[in-house]
Write a protein that binds this ligand. Structure first.
Ligand code: ATP
Ligand code: MG
Length: 229
């Protein structure tokens, strides 16, 4: 299973969500690869910071950089070696982004609930739609994509109105939202995840674990559909 995080806009939370979802999958026992496909290399920097600070490796998690547009060509090999591949994509719709999309079974597009973010949509979704038939023909399975609301401020009325506008404009919005929480900045800045810095019952943990659970449900649904076909 190849899951990617991508958006045309910068700073939406691609790296933060990708490394957390990869860490959760690894902690659950899946042999997981986190690919940093962004030449900016935030996920690699996060992992280097982890090593430098002497934090132990996360069991079952490998982190690597492939930012030269060759993930699609390596898919057969990667799917033999790993149960789950999470790709942290670049904030652009360039050739690397196209490689990331073509290598994905599920694409998640993190978005913030500001008018500017939602009104124009994220143009990467047009690229995903454009590439979808090519990817589906090659992979012989569907390519699903969804917006993931990130850095939500539940207190603002504007946020609720904008969320409604987003949900009215498309069916591709995941039900699980991730709120803006300082714990994401604090943990990732030390090379950690909130799984290591926040208590199990904290809201931040429950939200990110709910997102992981929703992704698992999407994967299970796809497997059932394939088995029935
Ligand atoms: N839910 C959240 N709550 C608070 N801060 C967050 C949250 N998600 C991400 N951030 C912070 O927002 C900033 C941008 O996040 P991140 O680097 O993950 O985005 P990105 O989409 O990967 O950015 P880029 O486009 O530059 O690759 C970082 O400082 C990160 O710590
Ligand atoms: Mg990033």
């Amino acid at each position: 299973m190849f899951l990617s995080f991508i958006s045309q806009k910068g700073g939406t939370g691609k790296s933060t969500l990708a490394l957390h979802i990869a860490a959760i999958a690894a902690t659950q026992g899946h042999n997981t690869l986190l690919i940093d496909a962004d030449p900016q290399a935030s996920a690699m920097a996060w992992y280097a910071c982890r090593v430098k600070n002497g934090h132990p490796a996360i069991p079952n998690l490998t982190v690597t950089a492939i930012n030269n547009g060759t993930i699609t060509g390596q898919m057969a090999e990667l799917s033999k070696a790993y149960d789950f591949v999470v790709i942290d994509g670049p904030p652009r719709g360039d050739l690397i982004a196209r490689d990331v999309i073509l290598a994905s079974n599920i694409v998640l597009v993190p978005t913030q609930l500001s008018g500017f973010d939602v009104w124009a949509g994220d143009s990467i979704t047009k690229t995903i739609e454009e590439l979808r038939p090519i990817q589906e023909l090659a992979a012989k399975q569907p390519l699903d994509w969804f917006y993931v609301v990130n850095k939500k401020d539940p207190r603002t009325l504007a946020g609720k109105t904008i969320l409604k506008a987003l949900e009215n404009s498309t069916d591709h919005v995941l039900e699980t939202h991730i709120c803006a929480r300082a714990s994401f900045v604090e943990s990732t800045s030390q090379g950690l995840t909130i799984l290591e810095t926040e208590p199990a019952r904290s809201r931040a943990r429950r939200e990110i674990e709910a997102l992981a659970e929703q992704i698992t449900l999407l994967i299970t649904r796809r497997q059932q559909e394939r088995a029935a076909a």
